[in-house]
Design a protein around this ligand. Structure first.
Ligand code: C2E
Ligand code: CA
Ligand code: CA
Length: 508
């Protein structure tokens, strides 16, 4: 027992209070008495020691965790702001920087400019060389973009093969200069593995105006880029308000086309394919037109590309297929078309990408009771050459089905003998541009003869399109061409008029 009023008791209580308040380094003094009270004091000091050590460890652990968290947070921020493939900024980062640049301009600085670019031939590189090679191309493009701009400019990949460059505080002239430098840089071939590939770009430029949001600027840069793509390739287009109107018209056209397909505003015209020796039609090519309720007859060059772009082409193509085959069935049933009279239809590259297309063709022919060889599918040379494995699979399946396959617009740029020999086609339609100079250009007859020989040597049949004069027809006949097509024989005609023409020919 200790005596009343022992001062150490007060010290002990005081010490415990200090420890409890968090002063873990404070200790209570032990007296020389070394009695029971001193034992409690020593025990309390030991406890304080333990507490202090535990607390320090805890503090270290918390610090470590905080550090880890901070790093993870930075990493996440980087990931959210960065495109992982190229290490460039991503859309979110671009939008943030663009908004900053706009508000700096609002404070009296120069406006920012935004370049949007889309690679022209990326899809075919990806298809031909595989995704790994595609990724390498994207990384190389990112590198070239970075080399073409200042450090203060932001280069971003927005996804796919779409890139953007933000130039804060700049002028239109400088931005256009940079854009042209980029176009040049992207013209240089890219080396990947054992291949070299070229991929030019289409660029849209928009210089910021007061009060515009980042989203709006990006949308308008996109509109300019679209115009650049539409206009032909490898060019810079600067945004103009008129482009917005064109875009609006286009989306209106898409909507109208959608209804046109279901509301049967489409019609087929038929143009005879003529046997040169006799002048008789041995078949027709179906050419689609759009009978627009307000605008009247619209030609396919105006709406086929729109349908392809808007994903409407397979519906349109399906309609053409069914309508043309039904017309052939009727002509045969009515005795207007002979045994071997054939129907040609034009198909789009997108059709070859759908396996159902082959079934469509088979079912349509079966339902109409028509021999497959009487249907000839025309596919442009460009579409076949650029094709991937699926395209080739479709072509082979169609061939197995027994339908005729014909290369259309032959001679417009891709001609290669090896393609002619490799592709599962049996006919070639020579583009009408090859005939236009016949008569005026003295070297043209030789060229035509050479092309005819080339096609024959590959075991294929040639059809000549765009025959407009008697001289052209006679020249082709004299060098041994079998069949031709063109205004000289007949323009494309509506079904009723085509029927009359066939009936007239039947009587001769
Ligand atoms: P294409 O397949 O090369 O069709 C031939 C085009 O040349 C037709 O134009 C035809 O009217 C025109 N033409 C025929 N003879 C002559 C001639 O002697 N001189 C001249 N200068 N032109 C002639 P159209 O009907 O405007 O078709 C244009 C293109 O639209 C077609 O070119 C074809 O690529 C595409 N197309 C037409 N119908 C369809 C279709 O149903 N589906 C798909 N996917 N494309 C189609
Ligand atoms: Ca054609
Ligand atoms: Ca053609």
């Amino acid at each position: 027992m200790f005596a009343d009023g022992d001062p150490r008791l007060a010290q002990l209580l005081d010490g415990i209070v200090r420890l409890a308040a968090g002063e873990l380094h404070s200790r209570i003094e032990v007296s020389p008495a070394r009695d029971e009270l001193d034992a409690v004091i020593m025990g309390t000091n030991l406890l304080a020691e333990d507490l202090q050590i535990m607390y320090q460890e805890l503090e270290q652990r918390v610090e470590l965790r905080t550090q880890l968290l901070r790093e993870a947070h930075l990493e996440m921020q980087k990931m959210a702001m960065q495109d992982s493939l190229t290490g460039l900024a991503n859309r979110a980062a671009l939008v943030t920087s663009l908004n900053e640049a706009q508000s700096e301009a609002a404070d009296g600085g120069l406006p920012p400019a935004i370049l949007l670019l889309d690679l022209d031939s990326f899809k075919s590189i990806n298809d031909k060389l595989g995704h790994a090679a595609g990724d390498q191309v994207l990384a190389a493009v990112g590198e070239r973009l970075r080399e073409s701009v200042r450090d203060t400019d932001v280069v971003a990949r927005l996804g796919g093969d779409e890139f953007a460059v933000l130039m804060p505080a700049t002028t239109r002239a400088r931005a256009a200069g940079v854009a042209n430098r980029i176009l040049e840089a992207l013209e240089r071939p890219v080396e990947i593995q054992d291949d070299t590939v070229r991929c030019g770009a289409s660029i849209g430029l928009r210089v910021g105006e007061a009060g515009q949001s980042a989203e709006q600027l990006l949308m308008e840069a996109d509109v300019a880029m679209y115009a650049s793509k539409a206009d032909g390739r490898h060019r810079l287009q600067v945004f103009e308000p008129g482009m917005l109107h064109a875009r609006q018209l286009r989306s209106q056209l898409v909507e109208e086309l959608r209804t046109a397909i279901t509301e049967s505003e489409l019609i087929l015209f038929y143009q005879p394919v003529v046997e040169l020796a006799t002048g008789r039609s041995d078949g027709v090519e179906a050419l689609v037109r759009w009978n627009h309720p307000v605008r009247g007859l619209i030609m396919p060059d105006e709406f086929i590309p729109v349908a392809e772009d808007a994903g409407l082409i397979s519906e349109l193509g399906g309609w053409v297929l069914r309508t043309a085959v039904e017309q052939l069935r009727r002509w045969r049933a009515d005795g207007v078309a002979g045994e071997n009279f054939s129907m040609r239809i034009n198909i789009s590259p997108a059709d070859l990408q759908r396996l159902e297309f082959i079934e469509d063709v088979r079912d349509t022919l079966q339902n109409a009771g028509i021999t497959p060889s009487l249907l000839v599918l025309e596919i442009t040379e460009g579409a076949i050459v650029a094709g991937d494995e699926l395209d080739r699979y479709s072509l082979n399946s169609l061939r197995q089905l027994g339908v005729g396959l014909e290369i259309d617009d032959f001679g417009t740029g891709y001609s290669s003998i090896s393609y002619l020999r490799q592709l599962p086609v049996d006919k070639v339609k020579v583009d009408r541009s090859l005939l236009t100079d016949l008569g005026s250009d003295p070297s043209q007859p030789a060229l035509i003869a050479a092309i005819l020989q080339l096609i024959r040597a590959c075991g294929l049949e040639a059809v000549w399109e765009g025959v407009e004069t008697a001289e052209q027809a006679e020249h082709l006949r004299s060098i041994g061409c079998i069949s031709a097509q063109g205004y000289y024989f007949s323009k494309p005609l509506p079904a009723a008029e085509m029927t009359e023409l066939l009936v007239r020919q039947g009587r001769e």
